[in-house]
Design a protein around this ligand. Structure first.
Ligand SMILES: *Cc1c(COP(=O)(O)O)cnc(C)c1O
Ligand code: SF4
Length: 353
């Protein structure tokens, strides 16, 4: 996302924190994640200082953060190794000069999503399910993100702005599942989520509610008791799809948060993106999948990178991805091997590779 548009997402949302925190002060746990979010690192120099990285990373990080702002929650930071510029978690969030590379085939809207928007904030590409962009905000800014150029500023900001999307969903009886995505839908307060989820629950042909979120991974205290209560307050079957790319993410408070989610009775799936120099080897993928299933989280998709401008340095050849999956099949139980897929504009499903 170019800076102007991105400001409509994370920055605008973060400007509202003081209000919800004050309103929710009766519940300590609900406050905590707002505080954690407010404490996230947004300044490249601070990240470099905290991790004791070499000075040569400073200028590039400042430059590339102008393109797409830096954001790293402290919990995620605490799982990185100091003094190691090759840390696999750091590489997902550290702005680099390579983001300015112009590479043929890597374009701003790689998924051509404008064609699939029947109402503001609603994407409908596949049968039986539609995706609501709940907010443009995220708690972490992943440098490889396919939404780094997304025009979130055009999406609904107030609840009344949802009406056209809710009308389309109500009128289409073929829809059985709504995905909340973004950005990250768990950046919304529980109160706002509750209003949206209650509205969706009243649409009788809907059966399932799926939430795509990275917050349980990068800001684990978002998985509060009040959020779990909210997930189970709807008649819709809840499914949570988290996003972890490396086994080093799925430890400590993150592992606890995933365990809490699973034990509350929610189906929890993981999707990962295949990323060069981060998780593009069978040992790393096997360890990630094993840690996930140990926690009761099922590896769902391994995505081939979407070819979005500024992300070419993360791309792994498809061939290598296929070889990794072949090796995982030999090493792991069938349920622990994710489907290796790529999104192809116009296809009716994520295409297996
Ligand atoms: C990825 C995606 C989905 C979900 O696809 P599944 O294969 O069901 O996980 C739904 N809608 C849109 C617009 C998507 O991009
Ligand atoms: S959390 Fe998801 S949507 Fe947000 S920056 Fe990361 S990959 Fe993109």
């Amino acid at each position: 996302m170019p800076d102007g548009r991105n400001n409509d997402g994370p920055v605008a949302e973060s400007g509202q924190f003081s209000a919800p925190v004050a309103i929710q002060s009766r519940s300590g746990a609900a406050d905590e994640w707002h505080r954690s979010l407010a404490a996230a690192i947004r300044n490249p120099d601070e990240l470099i200082d905290e991790l004791e990285l070499p000075d040569r990373f400073r200028q590039p990080a400042r430059r590339a953060a102008d393109l797409f702002p830096l954001m790293v929650p402290r919990s995620f930071l605490s799982r990185m190794q100091r003094g190691n510029p090759d840390d696999p978690l750091l590489k997902q969030v550290l702005p680099l000069d390579a983001e300015f590379d112009v590479v043929p085939g890597f374009v701003p809207d790689a998924l051509d999503e404008d064609r699939f928007r029947p109402a503001p904030g609603l994407l409908q590409k596949y049968a039986g399910r539609a995706l609501l962009i709940a907010t443009g905000a995220c708690a972490v800014h992943c440098r490889y993100c396919f939404r780094r150029h997304y025009p979130y500023g055009n999406e609904p900001r107030r609840l009344s702005d949802w009406e056209p999307a809710l009308e389309v969903i109500s009128a289409d009886r073929s829809l059985h599942e709504i995905l909340l995505s973004g950005g990250d839908p768990l950046m919304l307060t529980d109160q706002r989520l509750r209003v949206l989820i209650e509205r969706l629950g009243k649409i009788t042909h809907l059966r399932r509610l799926r939430i795509h979120t990275r917050l349980p991974i990068v800001l684990p205290d978002r998985v509060s008791d009040s959020f779990l209560e909210l997930l189970h307050s709807t008649r819709l079957t809840p499914i949570v799809v988290v996003h972890a790319n490396h086994p080093g993410e799925v430890v400590a408070d993150c592992a606890d948060a995933l365990r809490r989610l699973v034990r509350s009775g929610v189906t929890v799936l993981n999707q990962a993106v295949l990323l060069r120099g981060i998780n593009d080897d069978a040992d790393t993928q096997a360890e990630l999948c094993e840690r996930l299933v140990d926690l009761g989280v099922i590896p769902y998709y391994l995505h081939q990178l979407d070819r979005v401008a500024g992300t070419a340095h993360f791309e792994v050849p498809e061939e290598k991805g296929r070889a990794i999956i072949a090796e995982l099949r030999q090493r792991l139980p069938g349920y622990a091997v994710p489907q290796f897929v790529r999104e192809v504009p116009g296809e009716e499903f994520k295409v297996p590779l």
